[in-house]
Design a binder for this molecule. Structure first.
Ligand code: OOG
Ligand code: NI
Length: 267
């Protein structure tokens, strides 16, 4: 699968559950902007057929290379990032996985029943990143249990493999040059932004400033027949700054990412 085909498929799937992203993209376009992506992100379960190590070769098959590794102790996550050395205009990819065996036993049991349903050989092409849930919908009670210990686990159990967010590159906008300007535009239009630790995550001193909307909400049919609204996906905005050698910082910052994860909290 060619990378451009991959991102087209991901975007179409993403805007089905994240209508705000399409509206915000149109908002930028109405201001004469062309919207280009800094990165997209995926979430997955460790110790499963779709663990990070099994998914990674599918990114490599599209020409991506790993260049950074991260750990989030409190959220029980590890992550890696990938870029395409030949096509720098292609979005970077941030792939995280949940260290399931660090969660309380009741959560581990719930997740284990999901993992057992995943076909052992399901990772055959990059299309796996658009596969959504590879298990039957969980019950609303199990969902509640997961949200109490890991919002990430609850999100992944209901949404599965799909782009968790796309990210507008502020560097590639013409008239909106600061992250504060972008945030103000969104607030004026009534969007709810992630305010964990403040609206702007990071600073020029760490070479990366980020903000994000709170995830859209969708009606979800649980396995026990109950339905309720749950967080789907969000839209992010990133501004990169030049490092000492004059090139733009191209990796990620743990302290920023830790807060961006909270954009899918159910609260
Ligand atoms: C990923 C959060 C981290 C970033 O840009 O630092 C991230 C996620 O929510 O799955 O996207
Ligand atoms: Ni991100």
């Amino acid at each position: 699968m060619h990378a451009s085909e991959f991102f087209d498929a991901l975007w179409q799937q993403y805007i089905q559950v994240t209508p705000q992203a399409k509206r915000i993209q149109n908002l930028f376009k109405s201001h004469g902007e062309e919207v280009l992506n800094d990165h997209v992100a995926f979430r997955t379960f460790a110790n499963s057929p779709i663990c990070l190590a099994n998914l990674e070769p599918q990114l490599m098959a599209m020409g991506y290379q790993a260049y950074g590794a991260f750990r989030f102790e409190n959220k029980h996550l590890v992550a890696r990032c990938y870029k395409h050395p030949e096509h720098e205009a292609l979005p970077k990819i941030f792939l995280s996985e949940l260290l399931v065996d660090e969660l309380p036993e009741d959560c581990q049991n719930i997740i284990q029943t999901l993992i057992e349903q995943i076909p052992e050989d399901c990772v055959q092409s990059p299309a796996i990143f658009c596969s959504g849930i590879l298990w039957r919908p969980i019950s609303s009670a199990d969902y509640q249990t997961l949200t109490q210990h890991s919002e990430y686990a609850a999100w992944l159990a209901t949404m599965g493999l799909q782009a968790n967010h796309f990210t507008v590159s502020i560097n590639l906008l013409d008239t909106f040059t600061s992250i504060e300007q972008v945030n103000q535009l969104l607030l004026d239009e009534g969007y709810r932004l992630n305010d964990v630790g403040g609206l702007v995550k990071g600073s020029p001193a760490v070479y990366l400033e980020q903000s994000s909307t709170m995830a859209d909400k969708i009606e979800y049919q649980f396995g026990d027949g109950k339905s309720s609204t749950i967080p789907s996906c969000f839209y992010e905005f990133a501004r990169r700054h030049p490092t000492a050698d004059g090139t733009l910082f191209d990796s990620f910052i743990e302290g920023n990412a830790d807060k961006i994860f909270d954009s899918t909290n159910s609260n």
